[in-house]
Write a protein that binds this ligand. Structure first.
Ligand code: C2O
Ligand code: CU
Ligand code: CU
Length: 473
């Protein structure tokens, strides 16, 4: 099999009425077509081989978000690909079936490169997933659909605007699968959506709303694949980099009715700048943008007719045993690593005493391969919600404490855990004041030392240095 060749390059795309928009995209030939940011499919156990040919005027990478791979293929900023250079990524997919993604990750430039477009989805499949799909009777691309959600700040000339050194870049336009003002015709039936938040900084609280009624969802998967069982939820906080897998029923609706996929309003808890010294007007750079925490329509779903005899069954199969997930480990004798998220007096973000601009590639700490640790991440009260992401390893959330009311209200299991916390994850939101404990197993079939990143996936925070390097030896 030939490696997939992806060119990182500038594309001119007619996204909006009027002038074309210049995007940066990974383009490659998939089948007979030249596609930007192709959706990649892999089976667990497959070897993926991708050659990146960087035609941009600056260094870039392809990071394989959520996958457990070695340092050289991880595609972090430790291994930038210079302008005009090429490199191959080659790795075995060992992860569970689920929706993963790939994106650029050069130090200090991740925010601008994602805002301009360098990101795509990677769907991993396995036997379990195939069986579930058969039981659900939903075909991929028909009633089983990926929704890659991002907001962009678009100027009057349709150009994507980005300012270096900004805090929390949010936008005035929503794109789903790179489509502005997206809508979807749906039949009165169950649907499965794989949602990925690939926005730079905007946290979403996603729900399907009809009139003033929220349609209940079944949450069946998170970052690292299927949950043990389906959980009924009305809405889910989906932070940048997080993915969820949900089922929603349009069966009781009539043709002509409309449903909105919406981000409901929530308390944004941006408490970091009490003095107002660093962010005099957080909206100044984002004219027309919906402020963080305010309700935002994402996509319209329009009910269309479907001949009765062609209607899929109104009931779902039993979803009480989706996947076998071990109960939370007994971590009583695991070493605990304390990580504190904070801002200093100069407005810089830190993880303990590490800011990437000071500490750089030098590992902040090392963990032994095969060891298991509890990471206790604590966010200051004068802070904001940080989606913390770990490269190389999926983790389990052990507990949440001192959670804000919005999170307390979603707890479904001991330890303050929400339904989303019950699966495997690679990104976890730590709210202001909160303490989140993770169980991480550093088992790895590699040899030698491999360095990975731990960082906030608010890309402006990451680029400002809210990131550290750690080594597995
Ligand atoms: Cu999705 Cu370090 O990245
Ligand atoms: Cu990652
Ligand atoms: Cu952050």
């Amino acid at each position: 099999k030939q490696p997939l060749r992806l060119l990182a390059q500038t594309l001119s795309v007619g996204l909006f009425p009027g002038p074309a928009t210049s995007l940066w995209a990974y383009t490659g030939r998939v089948g007979a077509r030249e596609v930007g940011n192709p959706l990649l499919h892999a089976r667990r156990g497959d070897t993926v081989e991708v050659e990146l040919d960087n035609r941009l005027a600056e260094a870039t990478t392809i990071h394989w978000h959520g996958l457990s791979i070695d340092e050289a293929n991880d595609g972090s900023g430790l291994h930038p690909v210079a302008p005009g250079a090429r490199r191959s990524y080659r790795y075995r997919v060992d992860n569970r079936a689920g929706l993963y993604w790939y994106h650029a990750h050069p130090h200090g430039r991740t925010g601008v490169q994602l805002q301009r477009g360098l990101a795509g989805l990677l769907l991993v499949e396995d036997e379990e997933e195939r069986t579930l799909r058969q039981r659900l009777g939903m075909r991929w691309g028909e009633r089983d659909l990926p929704l890659m959600i991002a907001d962009k700040q678009v100027g009057a000339d349709n150009a994507i605007v980005y300012k270096d050194g900004a805090d929390d870049w949010i936008g005035n336009r929503v794109l789903i699968n790179w489509t502005p003002e997206p809508y979807l015709d749906v039949i009165p039936a169950w649907y499965r959506f794989r949602l990925a938040n690939v926005a730079n900084a905007r946290m979403l609280r996603v729900a399907f709303v009809q009139g003033d009624q929220v349609l209940p969802m079944q949450l069946i998967g998170t970052d690292g694949g299927l949950l043990a069982q389906a959980w009924p939820v009305d809405d889910v906080f989906l932070a940048p980099a997080q993915r969820i897998d949900v089922l929603v029923d349009f069966g009781a609706l009539a043709p002509g009715q409309r449903v909105m996929l919406r981000s409901l309003d929530y308390v944004a808890m941006e408490n970091e700048d009490e003095s107002g010294a660093f962010l005099p007007d957080p909206m100044a750079d984002h004219p027309g943008a919906t402020p963080m925490g305010a309700a935002l329509d994402l996509m319209e779903l329009r009910l269309i007719d479907c001949a009765t005899e062609r209607r899929p069954p109104a009931r779902l199969p039993d979803l009480s045993a989706l996947s076998k997930i071990d109960p939370l480990p007994d971590t009583a004798d695991w070493p605990v690593r304390a990580l504190r998220l904070r801002m200093d007096e100069a407005g810089r973000w830190f993880i303990n005493d590490w800011n990437f601009h000071d500490s750089g590639h030098e590992p902040a700490f090392s963990v032994r391969r095969g060891s298991r640790e509890v990471w206790e991440i604590r966010n200051s009260m004068t802070s904001m919600p940080h989606p913390i992401h770990l490269h190389g390893f999926q983790f389990r959330v052990l507990s949440r404490s001192i959670s804000p009311p919005d999170i307390r209200g979603r707890q479904v299991a001991p330890g303050g855990l929400t339904a989303q916390d019950l699966g495997w994850n690679d990104t976890v939101v730590v709210w202001p004041g909160e303490i989140v404990r993770l169980a991480i197993d550093f088992a790895q079939p590699l040899t030698g030392t491999h360095r990975y990143m731990l960082h906030c996936h608010n890309l402006e925070h990451e680029d400002m240095g809210m990131m550290l390097t750690f080594a597995v030896t």
